[in-house]
Write a protein that binds this ligand. Structure first.
Ligand code: TK8
Length: 337
């Protein structure tokens, strides 16, 4: 019995090694440059759809030279780790939330301000406008070329304890946040106990009760099944959170001028697809989450205002760090929508 199991394991191991060897030969034989894209969400997510779109566009136009491969679910590492690998030229591409990258570029902090974007049109105007072009230029200095801006979208709270309507309801709750100082400050201001953690650890932490809640858009809450350990979902929309689609600057700079244009255009189109997909999912999945038996709380205007008021002090607290000019520039764009 034992020997046969050992044999099976060995055969399986050999088969796996042969597959690796074969695929290595294949890529050497056709001499294509492999471009791996690392991201943290599932394939069906906005960013997963965007990554697949990028693969399709590049392979359609430059399929003889590049082999784009998408890796979901943080298989190649969470946001920060993958971004560091791309910056060092050890990995080709990453799609990452902006919030864990503020240590690299403090301008990104502006997006962590609660209740900043009144709607997605305002977000698009900033993401595809001069402000983000300027931020992308600064990020380039870290060895990262920006291919596009995707999104998490509007973040919503989930928890295992009770229906949350107003900030007072989260008093003392252990809430997982992204690794970002403004998110920490915001949840402290709301009276919760924020616990920063990488995304891939969240589900298990919720399941084991190490934390009471987390916050992510409806799309992610549904696709990552956060409504299973967290039966209470509040459509709080407290922060609109963008994502960056980055490629190693070293790799980008090695491309021909024509290839650069194709990569940049594909990056922008993929990002639009990602944002559109995510928005549709955020709209559709409220029903799916309810159908799964979770309680979804939608806020009254009065309840919403209580969140706006409770989080307002965060802006002053971080104004110097973000820079008054940048905040004013974003607010000016928002005022047009
Ligand atoms: C996935 C993360 C996720 C983000 C988070 O890699 O960490 O909660 O919202 O989308 O980037």
């Amino acid at each position: 019995m034992k020997t046969s199991t050992a044999k099976k394991v060995m055969v399986a191991g050999l088969a796996a090694m042969m597959t690796i060897a074969l695929s290595a030969t294949a890529s050497v034989a056709d001499n294509k440059k492999v471009i791996k894209i690392s991201y943290g969400l599932v394939k069906e997510s906005g960013e997963g759809t965007g990554a697949a779109k990028f693969e399709e566009l590049i392979e359609e136009k430059l399929g003889d030279k590049f082999d784009v491969q998408c890796y979901s679910d943080a298989q190649l590492g969470d946001d920060l780790k993958s971004t560091q690998a791309v910056a060092m030229g050890e990995l080709e591409c990453v799609i990452t939330s902006c919030s864990p990258l503020t240590g690299m570029c403090s301008d990104l902090l502006v997006f962590d301000l609660p209740f900043l974007f009144p709607n997605t049109e305002a977000a698009d105007a900033v993401l595809e406008g001069e402000i983000c072009a300027g931020i992308a230029e600064k990020i380039e200095a870290n060895g990262l070329h920006t291919l596009g801006w995707m999104e998490n979208g509007y973040r919503c709270l989930t928890n295992s304890k009770k229906e949350v309507h107003v900030p007072d309801d989260v008093a003392g709750m252990k809430i997982r946040t992204m690794e970002n100082e403004m998110h920490l400050a915001t949840w402290k201001e709301l009276g919760a106990v924020p616990t920063p953690m990488a995304f891939s650890e969240v589900f298990t932490a919720l399941e084991q009760g190490a934390i009471d809640g987390q916050e992510n858009p409806i799309s992610t809450i549904y696709l990552n099944k956060f409504y299973e350990p967290n039966k209470y979902v509040t459509v709080s929309n407290h922060i609109y959170s963008p994502k960056l689609f980055l490629i190693s600057a070293e790799l980008y700079n090695s491309l021909t001028d024509e290839e650069k244009v194709i990569f940049d255009e594909a990056g922008i189109e993929a990002s639009r697809v990602a944002r559109e997909t995510n928005r549709q999912q955020c709209e559709d999945y409220v029903t799916n989450i309810r159908d799964e038996g979770a309680t979804v709380v939608e806020l009254t205007d009065e309840e919403h205002q209580a969140w706006v008021d409770a989080t307002a002090p965060v802006k002053e607290q971080f104004m110097d760090e973000i820079g008054e000019e940048l905040v004013a520039a974003v607010e000016e764009v928002c005022a047009q929508y």
